[in-house]
Each structure stands twice: as C-alpha cells, then as structure tokens.
Write a protein that binds this ligand. Structure first.
Ligand SMILES: C[S@@+](CC[C@H](N)C(=O)[O-])C[C@H]1O[C@@H](n2cnc3c(N)ncnc32)[C@H](O)[C@@H]1O
Length: 243
C-alpha cells in the first residue's frame, strides 16, 4: 500500500494521522552546494549539483535556496510534524552532506527527536580533491521518538552503508538515492510498518519500503517527480506481488 501526495510537506503533513508512521526515512533538499550562503541561494538544484559532464538532462527541483538559518528552522518544522505522525519507538533517518551535518542535527534535536547516531553513506565513485581529502561520504542522521522500537527478533544493523548513485537509465532524479542503500535502512522499521518520506523525489524510499514489505506515505512538491515516484512505486508493488 502506498500514497504519494503532490504538495508542500508543510501543507501535506498536517493532514496525516497522528501516530501512523513507524519510520521517517527522508532525503531533504540539502540547500547546500557552494562555499558561501550567496552561492547556495543564487542557483537552483541543477546548477549546484549537476556538473557539465554529467551526461543527463534531468528536471530541476524546488526548495533548494534557503540560507543556513532558514534551512535549520524550516527542516525543524518539518521534523516536528514527522515526530507527531510517528509512533513511539519510531526512528527518523535523515540524509545530509558534510556542509549540512551541523544544521541537520540541530533541526532533528530541536524537533524533539532523540539523536542516536550517524550512519555514513560511502560512495565508491567520488571525485578526488587535489591536495585534500576525497569527499566520498554523505551521512544519514539517526534519531528516535523515545526509546527505539524493540523488534521481536533482535536486529543488528551496519553502522556504514556503501553504494553508488544510480547511473544511466536507472537515474531519474538529480539527487537520487540508491534503492539498495534505502532497503538496508528500512530494516529498522517494524515488519509490515509504515514508512514516511516528506521529500519523496522520484520515490526511491517508497520503492525500498514496498520491496521490504512495508507501506509508504510520501509528499513531493515538484509535480514531475511526484508522478515519477508514483510510477516507480507502483512498479515495485507489482514486482513484489509477482515475486
Ligand atoms: C534530495 S531530493 C529527494 C530525492 C529522492 N531521495 C530520490 O531518490 O529520488 C528532495 C526532493 O524534495 C522535494 N521538495 C523540496 N521542497 C519540498 C517541500 N517543501 N515539500 C515537499 N517536497 C519538497 C524536491 O522537489 C526534491 O524532489
């Protein structure tokens, strides 16, 4: 079962029932890129995250022009609503890059989630930095709504996930996350639980949730991507049904 709302997370989330989600797994628009606030706010997502050599022409997306203070405040507002929607014991897993790590952990905690840790996502294909360190990780911040859910069968999950961003025909969104990585993260959700992603993009979290036997609720502000998300998740439902 899945539902992808087309709309602004801050308008959609208040319509979702309190205590109805078992995991918040989300990849917000990072509002990152560039070294200064001026560089981050002056361009759209495409301008910041797509290099001239990328070899694709994927659609731009909205909501990536906030400065640091407004990003922290805005993300906290979204995560407050996510906390209300989540059941006690639910986890929140929020992606960020190195620039937004402090802002994201502030927002998570300001929203009332208990901060539990950081799971680095290592990308084997990444650019070397001349005279410096390779930027080969993004990060998944882990918080919980009170004490984390205790699985009837205990689970022991890895503290690091690895995998490359989809390429070629499998790439449909500028900042698409790999389904295999999301499938590993979804394991923290109780079996047959509900996964919530307020920034669904092309629906990768929904695909992972469905393939792992969970339900999915998401919102996406860019109509083009909301439609792609629905198509991809529906295909995953079919794949699961015929498995
Ligand atoms: C980093 S992308 C998510 C990509 C996704 N994980 C995937 O694999 O396709 C963030 C998404 O959030 C959407 N977005 C931005 N602001 C939003 C808002 N206020 N409410 C809902 N969605 C929003 C953007 O359109 C974008 O598709």
């Amino acid at each position: 079962m899945f539902h992808v709302h087309h709309g602004d997370a801050l308008a959609v989330l208040p319509t979702i029932t309190t205590g109805s989600a078992d995991l918040v797994l989300t990849d917000p628009p990072y509002n990152s890129g560039g070294r200064t606030n001026a560089e981050r706010t002056a361009q759209g997502a495409r301008g910041k995250y797509v290099t001239g050599t990328a070899g694709h022409d994927l659609a731009d997306f909205a909501g990536d022009n906030r400065d640091q203070r407004s990003y922290t405040r805005w993300l906290a507002l979204v995560l407050i609503e996510c906390l209300r929607i989540s059941r006690p014991g639910a986890s929140a897993l929020v992606f960020c890059d190195w620039r937004q790590l402090p802002a994201t952990s502030d927002a998570l905690q300001a929203a009332g989630w208990t901060w539990r840790g950081i799971i680095p996502w290592r990308k084997p294909i990444s650019r070397p930095q001349r005279d410096g360190f390779r930027r080969e990780c993004e990060y998944v911040l882990w918080g919980s709504n009170g004490q984390p859910y205790r699985h009837a069968e205990p689970i022991y999950l890895p503290g690091l996930v690895q995998g490359s961003q989809p390429r070629g025909r499998g790439r449909v969104h500028i900042t698409q996350k790999p389904v295999d990585i999301l499938r590993q993260l979804v394991q923290v959700c109780p079996p047959a639980g509900v996964v919530l992603d307020p920034f669904a993009g092309s629906g990768s979290t929904g695909v992972a949730a469905v393939l792992e036997g969970r339900s999915f609720v998401g919102s996406e502000i860019t109509e083009h991507y909301a439609a792609i998300a629905r198509e991809r998740i529906a295909a995953a439902v079919e794949q699961e049904g015929s498995a």
